[in-house]
Each structure stands twice: as C-alpha cells, then as structure tokens.
Design a protein. Structure first.
Length: 279
C-alpha cells in the first residue's frame, strides 16, 4: 500500500571534491581517475580550496548519474525539487535525461535543501541569471528558479543560515564587496570565525540544517496537497548532510546526525509524515 506523502530522495552523484576526499584517503584508486582530474586533485591542497567552489560532478559522478537513468526512467515523476548547487542540478539533468516525460517535468530549484555550509563546494559559484541560462538552454527539463529570484545573486544561502552567521558574513562583505563573497566566506571558515556552536566544526550548525529540513518537509507536504500530487510523483535531489539531518532519529553529543552514509545517485523512498514524527 502506497503512503499518501511518499516521495523519492536522491543524493547527488560523486562530485570533484568527493573524488578528492576519496583519493586523499586512499578509498579511490588513481587508476580509476582521469589524467586531467588527477592533475587537478594534486593541485588542490585542502578541503577549503577555492578551486572546489560549488564543485561539479567528476567523471565518476557523471557515470553514476548515467547508470541511474534506466531506474529513474521508470519512476512516475512529475516534479523534481533540486538544491541550487551545481552537483545536484547536474545530477538531475543527467539522471532524468531518458525519462519519457522529461519535457513535462518541472524542476523547482529550492534554497532550503542546499547542503550544510561546511566546505567550499557548498558555496554557490553562479549568479542566478547565469545559472538559469546554463540549464534552461539545454532543453528537456523545465527549470523553475522562482524561489531564488527574490534573493540576491549567489547569496541565497545567507537567508537560511543562523542570524549570527549572516551578520558576520554581511559585515565582512561590507568591507570587501559582495563580489568577493566566496573568498570572504572561505577565509571565515579557515579562521573559525564561523563557529556558532563550540561543538560544531562547520560554519552552519547541524541544528540549523535540521531546522531547514523541517521547514522543507512542511513546505513539501503543503505543495503535494495543493498540487494534488500522487505518491511517488516527486523526487528530491539534495545532499548527504542535509539528508542525514532530515532523516536521523538520533544525534550524537556534538549535534551530528546518527545516520548511515547515503549512496550517490540511487533513488530511495521516504514518507514525509513519518519523517515529521521525529521533529
């Protein structure tokens, strides 16, 4: 029996920073990495390297997204809710490329389901106009960037972080200029000026990410009701930390979610009502 508010969730495919982390920790063999990507990985010295800004998919990630096409093509999807970051939009574009009704599917780009602000790849590279042009000109899926239109440039994520973080970033940008936002934020991360919680190592706390997750679930429940969407007709393409914060039933002493690693580019089902029971 299908549940009334059951939807599909998909973590993005492997990004270039995921590849770097796996290669650095010897979880991914150099023999599986292209020569150009390996050269790039060797030139990147740290997790907060600006080279990883809004990191796209790597070759392995594109293969993962392509491998999911036949499975995704069988899903009765009418709406996709995607994070605005490059790796999720690219995963969406590739994974749904063979879907028979892709030209009728609306992709709603939603700022609430961005990744927890932790690394340089969680900082958007593109302005809204550039991002829209990049995806809309490719045809196929129908992208809706309306939720970002009221937010300034790439700084939409500042509307959904803790007030203390927003105040810190805004103050720095008033000195260095808004166009320098990636450098300013990475510098704050490196100097730990981001610390909202002494227990949390990231610029954005897990508790704030979970707060965003709850807001998104409530929005999605209302959206399904308003549009009279049937079970499994929505797919949400997002990120690992966001999914872990959204679905975890337990959290450890530093606030991190206790939840398994979410595999890349593999759809799985969860019910909104059941998720909301743990908030």
């Amino acid at each position: 029996m299908q549940k009334e508010n059951q939807v599909w969730f998909i973590r993005h495919a492997c990004s270039i920073i995921n590849l770097w982390d796996g290669w650095r920790c010897n979880r991914i063999s150099e023999s599986t990495i292209s020569a150009s990507e390996l050269e790039f990985l060797k030139s990147a010295g740290k997790l907060l390297d600006i080279k990883f800004l809004d990191a796209p998919l790597c070759q392995m990630g594109r293969f993962q997204a392509e491998a999911s096409q036949d499975l995704v093509a069988q899903l009765p999807i009418k709406y996709i809710i995607s994070s605005p970051l490059a790796r999720t939009l690219e995963t969406t574009q590739i994974a749904f490329d063979k879907h028979a009704y892709k030209e009728k599917i609306e992709v709603i780009v939603h700022p609430l389901i961005r990744e927890c602000l932790a690394c340089s790849d969680d900082i958007p590279r593109w302005t809204l106009s550039t991002q829209r042009e990049k995806y809309e000109r490719n045809g196929g899926l129908n992208y809706n960037f309306g939720m970002l239109e009221s937010m300034h440039s790439g700084l939409y994520f500042l509307e959904t972080v803790e007030p203390e973080v927003k105040e810190l970033v805004t103050k720095e940008l008033s000195v260095f200029g808004e166009e320098k936002y990636p450098e300013v934020i990475i510098n704050m991360m490196e100097n730990k000026a981001r610390m909202v919680s002494k227990k949390n190592e990231y610029m954005e706390s897990f508790s704030n990410t979970r707060k965003r997750a709850k807001s998104f679930l409530l929005w999605l429940k209302e959206f399904i009701k308003e549009k009279q969407i049937q079970p499994n007709e929505v797919a949400v393409v997002t990120h690992m930390y966001f999914l872990q914060c959204l679905a975890a039933k337990k959290f450890n002493e530093d606030g991190a979610p206790v939840y398994p690693t979410v595999p890349n580019a593999i759809p799985f089902q969860m019910d909104i009502n059941e998720l909301l029971e743990y908030y």
